[in-house]
Write a protein that binds this ligand. Sequence first.
Ligand SMILES: NC(=O)c1ccc[n+]([C@@H]2O[C@H](COP(=O)([O-])OP(=O)(O)OC[C@H]3O[C@@H](n4cnc5c(N)ncnc54)[C@H](OP(=O)(O)O)[C@@H]3O)[C@@H](O)[C@H]2O)c1
Length: 299
Amino acid sequence: MVMSPAGLRNKNDFAGKDQQLLPQISYSVYLLGLMVTVVTGSTDGIGKAYALELARRGVNVVLISRTQKKLDEVAAEIESKFPVKTKTIAADFSKGRPVFDIIEQELKDIPVGILVNNVGRQYTYPMYLGEVPEHELWDILNINIGATTMMTRLILPQMQKQKRGAIVNVSSGSELQPLPLMTVYAASKVFVKSFSDALRYEYQRDGIIIQHLSPLFVNTKMNAFSHRLQQTSLFVPDATTYARNAINTLGKANTTTGYWAHGLQYFLTMIPPVWIRTYIGGLMNEIFRRDYFKTMPKE
Ligand SMILES: NC(=O)c1ccc[n+]([C@@H]2O[C@H](COP(=O)([O-])OP(=O)(O)OC[C@H]3O[C@@H](n4cnc5c(N)ncnc54)[C@H](OP(=O)(O)O)[C@@H]3O)[C@@H](O)[C@H]2O)c1
């Protein structure tokens, strides 16, 4: 059953019902799954794949994204495939502060076990800072930094009270060095890494797992600027493959790429010094920028 846009038919529907469904995940994550998982940015890409994969493992999910129609479709897909419950919350994180009052109200009394701070915004294509439209920069700040911070702040008190919970912060391999032509996006992901690592110190004593997840390229619409990244391969997995692997690391690794082939790439990437990596990152983005100009329709 799909919950109405306004929310759950009965908030208690979520609590503690699906014990028989869950033995596929580690025990600590299983216990969290008995509560509810909240996934931001869950109507496409990694977030949608995360929601579907968690539901496949028997976990109830709250889907938060900006478009109600897409939320309804994902909720319907989940509930038609798996015996779990969903709730949808339409919220545009680029709007900043006001959306969190709505989310707080909607999540009131729902026992959240896992929060996946997945929502993220990238440049439309690799650009020099002066070329990036101002609204895109505000979106990146509000979504990548603002939503991650404020969703965490909103959920933490109840996890602290429950003395358990897990927060997955989706960063990016772009955090590994400065990344020219994606300068602000990469810097926002450095924030996510630092935020996660410091938060772990603050809250792990309350039984809260803080996972910093740092994927490299995944074949999603975020990378539509280059045809090269729209072809699934070992190193550019589809979102489902990525999510399946990443979810297996929850409760086992505090900081991870989430996917073994990305782990290999991470290892090789970290061998040269930062200035070389920065230079190579810039060259790579010049190529993606040319791809965009070659294949994308002119505005
Ligand atoms: N794809 C990669 O190669 C890659 C690599 C490293 C890290 N990441 C990170 O992984 C996360 C997910 O990326 P993705 O590639 O799956 O992205 P995606 O395919 O573009 O999906 C983004 C999701 O976020 C939602 N969203 C976008 N703007 C929103 C807003 N203002 N308010 C609420 N929801 C919004 C989208 O909703 P709509 O469906 O309405 O658009 C969609 O559901 C991001 O944090 C990204 O930085 C991705």
